[in-house]
Design a binder for this molecule. Structure first.
Ligand SMILES: [Zn+2]
Length: 298
């Protein structure tokens, strides 16, 4: 793990997340430079995350993920600690339930109700309401259901479910209750120019890149936007196309004036794709990096 030299003692400047550490490891290995953490109070306005000690390279790190799914994963882990099966005494059957998280995964931000309130799944309180809804499903004699409204309301996502049949021999692996999983869909072309260049150009030309652009604007060295993408958010289809391909895109990125190079760290695909206005696209495998934390290591 590469360490960035601190230049101040502010707690806020010392904080870094997994994505920032991954980006630092990748860029330090690529450039053979050492970096320091930039002090947030160094100047008025935004500053980059890292600057090389010789001041020739500045790096701003951004995660390409979904805030809605970050919340989902955190709450699920916090509430269930990895347990997928939840016993329910008033049920007769074991149910396999699938939450449809497509909308959350395709959203950069948390989901909101029409009132503007955050729309969040209720893992902390959902089990009693879910049990009551499933008692009703069993009373109706259904073997499966598609987006049952009472079950979906209890969970906070559209849910479909099916009974797990009893084995012909031996005991059931689980008693009555639910196995809770999630499922999602996506649309991609499998063309790198569309799924990668197009996706990143949309991001670069949108408000979403404004923080990165502002942080790099006043830098005088080579300005790198390091994008760490995980498959829980809107980058999932881009990552699937990178995983299923070998080359780099041919369509150029439209780099904003504040950014000289984009380094895309496709964490689940273990690929680094770079695009600079000097050299165009380059693809290489992401080797020898391990990172703690589940969100970026999936
Ligand atoms: Zn500081």
């Amino acid at each position: 793990m590469t360490k960035a030299t601190p230049v101040c003692t502010h707690a806020k400047c010392a904080k870094k997340d997994n994505a920032e550490q991954i980006a630092l490891d990748v860029i330090a290995a690529r450039t053979s430079l050492s970096f320091h953490r930039v002090c947030e109070d160094e100047r008025v306005g935004k500053v980059p995350d890292y600057r090389s000690t010789c001041a020739t390279v500045a790096v701003e790190v951004k995660k390409l993920t979904s805030a809605a799914m970050e919340w989902h994963i955190d709450k699920l882990n916090q509430q269930f600690q990895g347990r997928g099966f939840h016993p329910m005494r008033s049920l007769q059957e074991t149910w396999m339930l699938l939450m449809d998280t497509t909308e959350a995964r395709e959203s950069w931000d948390i989901l909101r109700q029409s009132t503007g309130k955050p729309r969040k799944p209720r893992f902390d309180t959902m089990l009693p309401a879910l049990e009551a809804a499933l008692v009703q499903v069993e009373a109706e004699g259904a073997n499966d259901f598609w987006r049952n409204s009472a079950v979906s309301a209890a969970v906070g996502y559209p849910v479909c479910g099916t009974k797990i049949p009893a084995p012909s021999l031996g005991q059931r692996p689980f008693g009555p209750g639910v196995l809770l999983n999630d499922a999602y869909g996506g649309v991609r072309s499998t063309d790198l120019d569309i799924d990668v260049s197009g996706f990143l150009n949309d991001w670069l030309s949108s408000e979403r890149s404004s923080n990165a652009r502002e942080s790099l604007r006043a830098e005088t060295g080579w300005r790198i936007a390091a994008l760490v993408a995980d498959s829980s958010g809107p980058a999932k289809d881009m990552l699937a196309t990178i995983r299923d391909s070998e080359g780099a895109p041919s369509a150029p990125l439209k780099l904003p004036v504040e950014i000289d190079e984009v380094i895309l760290i496709a964490w689940p695909a273990r690929v680094i794709l770079t695009y600079g206005h000097r050299d165009g696209w380059h693809r290489e495998p992401l080797l020898n990096l391990t990172m703690s934390g589940s969100r970026v290591s999936q």
